[in-house]
Design a protein around this ligand. Structure first.
Ligand code: SF4
Length: 383
């Protein structure tokens, strides 16, 4: 008890360090600002300014520094700099049925055990492939408004055993707000753990490195109250800078488990060599590979980033052959409106799948197959 009290007092004594907020304010949001760093052509300036009227741009200077400036096909560039490919409107905005799983603004409940909280529509950098493109950096009524109501919903639903705090990126919220989430959620008995989904370790690692109070409160809640897992989102080895490694180490020192979700992206990590190198690198820096997601058929994303399922499976299979032990433990999955579906393999003319999570509990674990359509990038496009 005395130890718990001391730990709480220590945590409160540490002032929040807000230098990272300045880095956020100074991030690149206009074509003119981007042009100063990347030397864009007239055509690119015009295209980017048209695109960001619809889907805003935000790039931190840290993230921008990871781009090889004289390489137009640089993978980091493709992920964060808008391109004319975004004019292609193939696809739809809500591909996983998020609106239909929304119980109140900012609270989704699709799978019995998991509640998902959309805490903000902002991130440190706006990824061009984001599956929540419909709301990132935009006016939206999908974001959490009444946190206490969300907590009451979770309290009433005993079947919920874990909460995913997501967004946008919850790590762009002030430290006090993050603490409020952790304080309230960790008091719910039937929760086993809390996950925080974030790209901050890549987009703005100083957010973690500079804010010792954030580190202290994460340490306090995970060791004294409820297990916290940080789920990072890293797609290419070039995103893992020395600062990212230091931020992950700081989380490790705070007793936080860190795992990673990757999205398979055309022109970014769509070769077995890059995907395997990424998983090896993640493990080397103490991040557990968790899922590799099929890119969703999101409007302004599908055409630019989605691989066919057939090609995706080939890349994943060949990458796994180059890996060993925990680096090949990840599952290749598709977040479909009916559930999280593992993409298992091909035999003759069929692709085989299994429900890893299911909206309808009767489907959980169900094994099924679809006749292959070569260019299909999503279950609904299969035969
Ligand atoms: S950080 Fe995450 S939520 Fe934000 S734009 Fe990137 S992928 Fe989307």
């Amino acid at each position: 008890m005395r130890l718990m009290l001391r730990s709480k007092l220590d945590r409160e004594k540490i002032p929040a360090n807000d230098l990272w907020k300045r880095a956020l304010r100074e991030s690149i949001r206009t074509v003119e600002h981007l042009d100063r760093h990347l030397k864009l052509s007239y055509e690119e300036r015009k295209q980017i300014s048209d695109i960001i009227e619809r889907h805003p741009m935000r790039i931190t200077h840290h993230y921008l520094s990871l781009i090889k400036k004289n390489d137009p096909s640089d993978p980091v560039r493709k992920m964060i700099v808008p391109s004319a490919e975004e004019f292609n409107l193939l696809g739809q905005y809500d591909t996983s049925g998020e609106l239909s799983n929304t119980k109140m603004p900012g609270l989704q409940h699709k799978y019995a055990q998991t509640a998902l909280i959309l805490t903000t529509n902002r991130c440190a950098t706006y990824c061009r492939y984001c599956f929540r493109k419909r709301l990132i950096g935009l006016e939206t009524d999908e974001i959490l408004r009444r946190f206490n109501d969300a907590v009451r919903y979770i309290e009433k639903h005993n079947e919920i055993t874990n909460v995913l705090i997501s967004g946008g990126d919850p790590m762009v919220l002030p430290t006090d707000i993050i603490e409020r989430f952790l304080q309230k959620l960790s008091a719910i008995d039937h929760l086993n753990f809390i996950r925080i989904g974030t790209k901050i370790t890549v987009a703005l690692p100083d957010r973690i490195l500079q804010d010792k109070r954030l580190q202290a409160l994460l340490r306090y809640y995970t060791s004294r109250r409820k297990r916290i897992i940080v789920v990072t989102h890293i797609n290419h080895p070039h995103e893992i800078s020395p600062k990212t490694v230091a931020a992950v180490k700081a989380l490790e020192r705070a007793s936080i488990a860190v795992s990673n979700q990757t999205v398979l992206l055309k022109g970014v990590n769509d070769t077995p060599e890059v995907l395997a190198a990424l998983q090896k690198e993640l493990l080397k820096v103490s991040i557990q590979p968790y899922y590799v997601f099929q890119c969703r058929p999101v409007k302004r994303v599908k055409h630019n980033f989605q691989l066919s399922l057939r090609r995706g499976l080939e890349v994943v299979d060949r990458a796994k052959r180059m890996l060993d032990g925990p680096s090949k433990r990840f599952r290749y999955v598709m977040s479909h409106r009916t559930g999280k579906i593992e993409i298992l393999g091909i035999r003759e003319d069929y692709m085989y799948f299994r429900y890893h999570q299911a909206k309808d509990p009767h489907n959980l674990g169900k094994f099924f197959r679809r006749r292959i359509v070569d260019k299909a990038g999503w279950l609904d496009e299969m035969g």
